[in-house]
Design a protein around this ligand. Structure first.
Ligand SMILES: [Mn+2]
Length: 320
């Protein structure tokens, strides 16, 4: 019923502002494009806006370049749709506030567990591995046949959030949907390479520095790595150059929680990963961030010397 309601709402909405969370990933971009295509957003005056740029490795998705920066929005939106994100804060808040304050309706399609939702009407399925699975269910309900490019967007979204079907959120539904998309002739090789193999030369250099900093707690449960600002500057690296480096902290045998700290001018970006039975989103949330149970992140004001001990202590207390 919820699907039908959301479909009806979106079908009737012109000049919709679609957006997703900051630091967009394969699911947020793939789902955004999936909805835009399914509802023929172009002819409804819809515009997709993300606060942060579409990552380089997702720029093979059809129409990714229609996604605008907040300053390039040219419509006066009649409503907001948050995709893969349930709260305007996660969409970068500030740029959205002016629209939100105009009290236009705000809709949500998401799979993150969250206490805060800005939505007037929400379609949230926390058991969905990716928001794209919810989008796929709506598309099925609408009876639309996807073409290969549209299927590529949803496939990319699902493999992105399931880590290519390796994470515990993977369900038969994830695989059945992707099997269907595969049958449409999507090209697996570039998707796999761009999502899971490609690293920039800068990323490799940061990885090397990170691995050099690797430490493991005496009980062997917690591992962490960091890159300081001097190193980031030396390699002219930004957050986009540090993708997936955190996973190496979990590669140490027996480690249950892995952390990676990136130091910037005014704050530290923390990426958190864990094994089954251990959560990281609770501590990420306590430090103003969020994410999934076993993969989360936060940005904390301060520097390595102030932020790292706080977070390490929080995890050491938790693991006791
Ligand atoms: Mn997602």
């Amino acid at each position: 019923m919820l699907y039908k309601n959301m479909i009806q709402i979106l079908s009737e909405t012109k000049d919709l502002l679609l957006t997703g969370h900051v630091e967009p990933d394969g699911d947020s971009v793939g789902s955004l494009l999936g909805i835009y295509h399914a509802f023929d957003g172009k002819n409804k005056g819809w515009q997709m806006v993300l606060r942060d740029e579409v990552p380089e490795n997702l720029r093979f998705l059809q129409d990714w370049n229609l996604i605008k920066k907040p300053s390039n929005l040219t419509i006066k939106p009649s409503a907001i749709l948050l995709v893969d994100c349930s709260d305007i804060k996660r969409a970068g808040e500030e740029w959205l506030l002016s629209y939100y304050e105009e009290k236009i309706p705000c809709y949500v399609i998401d799979h993150h567990p969250s206490d805060v939702s800005t939505g007037d009407f929400s379609l949230v399925e926390i058991e969905a591995a990716a928001t794209a699975e919810i989008v796929a269910a709506m598309i099925e309900e609408m009876g639309i046949e996807l073409d290969r490019e549209q299927a590529t967007c949803l496939y990319t979204a699902i493999v992105s959030d399931t880590g290519c079907f390796r994470y515990l959120n993977t369900t038969p539904r994830s695989m059945q949907l992707c099997a269907k998309y595969l049958a449409l002739g999507i090209d697996l090789e570039p998707i796999r390479i761009r999502l899971f193999e490609d690293r920039s030369f800068t990323n490799m250099r940061i990885l090397s520095a990170a691995i050099n900093s690797l430490q493991v707690s005496t009980d062997g449960m917690l591992a962490w790595m960091f890159v300081d600002q001097a190193t980031m500057q030396k390699y002219q690296a930004g957050p986009g150059d540090c993708t997936s480096i955190v996973n190496f902290s979990l590669a140490v045998e027996g480690v249950k929680i892995g952390l990676f700290f990136e130091e910037y001018m005014n704050d530290v970006k923390v990426s958190l990963r864990s094994r089954r039975g251990y959560s990281v989103n609770d501590i990420a949330a306590a430090f103003g961030g969020g994410g999934h149970v076993m993969a989360a992140g936060c940005r904390v004001k301060g520097n390595l010397a102030t932020v790292m001990p706080q977070i390490l202590q929080a995890f050491k207390d938790k693991l006791k």
